[in-house]
Design a protein around this ligand. Structure first.
Ligand code: UD1
Length: 416
């Protein structure tokens, strides 16, 4: 079990680079399975979820090599259609490979992703869309056995703008027969990044970011080179850490337009934020509550940023209301923040923080990726030493988190 140890109370000041986006690299690696020829992906985050996706590609028969933050993939001789159960369990979002495997092999066998740390995570939207595209799907013994002669383009009206379902459909549709239209598609920046990658591969796709995506199937996709967009949730995490410690930092290689309504919440809460072409400067003297945050699909307030913002607001003047509308069980961090002296009450999907003067370091446990990151934010602003157990959750999404925070002046070490 890994742990992160933080001696809190030091304002974070300095300059760091923001890593590539976890939620972009995963579908992009899946897309690389569809290419004839070499794909080269730059700005690839060195996080455990990336390595899990690379393991899936290798299990499918692709050749993958890694040099720093660049990954080289060749799937010319890959012919796998099954994702081993242990890899599906490692990363629930491996369901994203389904569309790509079907696009290439017309057959896919994956274990059912089931529940996860955020509550039940159904895949009914993925299944209903793929069925409408001509895929026969049998659910047997915890497995999804999917088969089709040809994937057929069609018009799909999603009941919810699911990120994963939108990506799965794009991956299945890019080499399908005919035109696929996705109405009520997810608008997250990572969807646009996937579109850009597929277009460079020769795909005919437009509309990503608008809620209506149109995909004209093509018979062949070729290898290409692509650089992954910056991670907006990691950006939000460092902004919250800097603000919670009363610091002042420049986050380079960051994209402010990808933060959606989060930016206005941060500003209203007392953060001074200056945005540049590819950087964000943040500083903060004092934080003030008084707001209600409702997590929503992009460009609304990102559910993935809820926990780190909650940790930041624990020491704000006044109270803040957090309403979680996307996932059922996303307040795992609350019990741990309470151990550190925070005042938070929860009722179902609503949590209310009431600012306290001080948080105190103690031993806490990361229950999921973003909940774990929120404990880092809290630990940095707490008095004394915070020990975060189960830090593996945090390494799923944060590259070099100890080094980045040390570069900003934090006292942080880890035991892996
Ligand atoms: C993606 C992100 C995750 C983020 C989430 C919401 C990746 C790898 N992960 O997850 O970090 O928190 O978007 O922004 O990109 N749902 C259904 N049926 C379905 C699909 C989804 O009911 O078939 C529900 C889910 O249970 C959840 C909501 O829709 O309540 C959002 O899920 P979705 O947008 O699909 O999230 P993910 O793609 O799993």
């Amino acid at each position: 079990m890994s742990k992160i140890v933080i001696e809190g109370g030091y304002p974070l000041c300095g300059v760091i680079d923001i890593q590539g986006a976890k939620n972009s690299i995963l579908p992009i690696l899946a897309a690389a399975y569809l290419a004839d020829g070499d794909c080269v992906i730059d700005n690839c985050p060195d996080i455990s979820d990336t390595h899990a996706a690379i393991e899936i590609l290798r299990a499918l028969g692709s050749t993958v090599t890694i040099h720093g933050n660049t990954v080289y993939i060749n799937s010319d001789y890959a012919c796998g259609f099954e994702i081993p159960d242990k890899l599906m369990r490692k990363m629930r979002s491996s369901i994203m490979f389904l569309g790509a495997i079907l696009g290439k092999k017309k057959r896919a066998l994956v274990s059912f992703p089931g529940g996860c740390e955020l509550g039940p995570r159904p895949i009914d939207i993925h299944i209903s869309a793929l069925s409408k595209m001509g895929v026969t799907i049998r659910e047997e013994f915890g497995y999804l056995d999917c088969e089709c002669k040809n994937i057929k383009g069609t018009v799909l009206d999603l009941s919810f703008p699911s990120v994963g379902a939108t990506e799965n459909i794009m991956l299945a549709a890019v080499k399908a027969d005919g035109v696929t239209v996705i109405n009520n598609a997810a608008k997250e920046p990572e969807i646009e990044d996937l579109q850009n990658f597929l277009v460079k591969m020769g795909g005919k796709i437009s509309g990503a970011g608008s809620g209506r995506i149109i995909i004209q199937g093509v018979p062949k996709l070729t290898g290409t080179r692509h650089s992954v967009i910056p991670d907006r949730i990691v950006t939000a995490t460092y902004i919250c850490a800097v603000a919670a410690t009363g610091g002042n930092a420049l986050l380079k290689k960051a994209e402010a337009s990808h933060l959606g309504t989060l930016l206005s919440f941060l500003r209203e809460s007392g953060c001074e934020i200056n945005t540049y072409d590819d950087a964000i400067q943040v500083s903060c003297d004092s934080l003030k509550g008084g707001h209600t945050v409702r997590t929503m699909p992009f460009p609304g307030f990102a559910t993935d940023a809820q926990a780190v913002c909650m940790a930041m607001m624990c020491k704000a003047r006044g109270s803040t209301v957090f309403i979680e509308t996307i996932f059922e069980s996303r307040f795992k961090q609350v019990g741990e923040l309470l151990r550190m002296g925070a005042k938070i009450t929860t009722e179902g999907r609503v949590a209310v923080t009431e600012g306290v003067k001080k948080l105190y370091g103690t031993t806490v446990e990361a229950g999921d990726l973003r909940g774990g990151a929120s404990l880092v934010v809290a630990g940095l602003s707490a008095e004394g030493t915070t020990v975060i157990d189960n830090a593996e959750h945090i390494y799923r999404g944060y590259e070099n988190i100890e080094k980045n925070l040390s570069d900003l002046g934090a006292k942080i070490t880890s035991e892996k």
